[in-house]
Design a protein around this ligand. Structure first.
Ligand SMILES: [Zn+2]
Ligand SMILES: [Zn+2]
Length: 64
């Protein structure tokens, strides 16, 4: 069984920026994955550490 619903999601979850150590500071990093709770979040780049937990994949539409 695949860990993530689709290649797009896997790409964004595993995306690591070379410039920004903190994912919340990187404008290219848009998905935050919480391994512990198995939650996916959409990072809001407002200078803080906000993210919206999403229930469906924005790319393939699968329930997460
Ligand atoms: Zn997906
Ligand atoms: Zn970056």
């Amino acid at each position: 069984m695949k860990k993530h619903c689709c290649e797009d999601m896997a790409y964004h979850v595993n995306f690591e920026c070379e410039i920004h150590e903190n994912p919340f500071e990187c404008p290219d990093k848009i998905i935050f994955f919480d391994n512990r709770k198995n939650d996916y979040g959409l990072i809001i780049h407002d200078g803080g550490t906000s993210c919206i937990i999403i229930d469906y994949c924005p790319w393939c539409g699968s329930k997460l």
